[in-house]
Design a protein around this ligand. Structure first.
Ligand SMILES: NC(=O)c1ccc[n+]([C@@H]2O[C@H](COP(=O)([O-])OP(=O)(O)OC[C@H]3O[C@@H](n4cnc5c(N)ncnc54)[C@H](OP(=O)(O)O)[C@@H]3O)[C@@H](O)[C@H]2O)c1
Length: 250
């Protein structure tokens, strides 16, 4: 049985990744700030997907060092000493209308913390537990990183790509692959909150060549493949999943 840690595993894309892995018999460990949201997903997986308990929830704000330390201690308590797959999926955009310099500074710091620091702290904390050889780290970036849209968010998600390359170089000799998945527009997540309108939805769909919005399962299937043994020769790569909204950019 593989151990799969998924940050932001209670909602949207992370939840779909958790469901996909649990359905395959993996033990999934879901992280997020809201325990009740994580618990709902754990309950759903337990009732509808996996026969044995295949999901556990650990609440943590992954921008906080003390929370990440606590998470490590919780894994120790649960005797989870090796992690086969780490999916750095937690993220989001700070959508405040920033005009003053202090607002701009806060927005950039917040987006950096939410999208980069969460992944870096979690990976650093779990690094020594990653299975060698065979471990997998999969980082979720965004189409914003390569086409703009939301300046501080785009910059943070682009930062994830550079970090993915560095980590792939460091961990490759130990038999661990590190890749980034770059979603285009994915509906049915909490990402857009109440900011999605029918017009905006249609505009985003029109940018694809397949004529539909992405589904969380589109990303989950991609992550599941990258996490497989068959993907062991793929590392340091950026995989776009966007219905053709943009083609083949690094
Ligand atoms: N939906 C899209 O169109 C789209 C497109 C490109 C990229 N993405 C990326 O895909 C990833 C998943 O997003 P989603 O669309 O599934 O949206 P979502 O439903 O809002 O998922 C984001 C998850 O991250 C968790 N999270 C946020 N900040 C956290 C923190 N400080 N510590 C721990 N967990 C935290 C949230 O849980 P809590 O709030 O409970 O902490 C939530 O479960 C994100 O990285 C997002 O940037 C999404």
């Amino acid at each position: 049985m593989r151990y799969v840690v998924i940050s932001g595993g209670g909602t949207g894309i992370g939840r779909a990744i958790a469901e996909r892995h649990a359905a395959a018999g993996d033990q999934v460990i879901l992280l997020g700030r809201r325990m009740h949201v994580l618990e709902q997903t754990v309950e759903y997986i337990g009732h509808s997907i996996a026969k044995a308990p295949r999901a556990i929830a650990i609440p943590a704000d992954l921008t906080r060092v003390d929370d990440v330390e606590r998470l490590k201690a919780t894994l120790d308590d649960k005797k989870i000493t090796h992690i086969d797959v780490l999916v750095n999926n937690a993220g989001g955009a700070d959508v405040r209308h920033a005009e003053t310099l202090s607002d701009i500074a806060e927005q950039w710091i917040q987006d950096y913390k939410t999208n980069v620091l969460t992944a870096v702290l979690l990976t650093s904390a779990l690094r020594s537990r990653l299975t060698r050889p065979g471990g997998r780290v999969i980082n979720i970036s965004s189409i914003a990183a390569v086409q703009g849209a939301g300046d501080s968010y785009a910059a943070a998600k682009a930062g994830i790509l550079g970090w993915t390359y560095s980590l792939a170089t460091e961990l490759g000799p130990e038999g661990i692959t590190v890749n980034a998945v770059v979603p285009g527009y994915i509906e049915n997540t909490e990402f857009f909150g109440d900011r999605m309108t029918p017009e905006r939805h249609q505009r985003l769909v029109n940018r694809t060549v397949v004529g539909r919005a992405g589904r969380p399962s589109d990303i989950a299937e991609t992550v599941f493949f990258l996490a497989s043994r068959e993907a062991e020769y793929i590392t340091g790569q950026v995989l776009h999943v966007n219905g053709g909204a943009i083609y083949g950019r690094a």
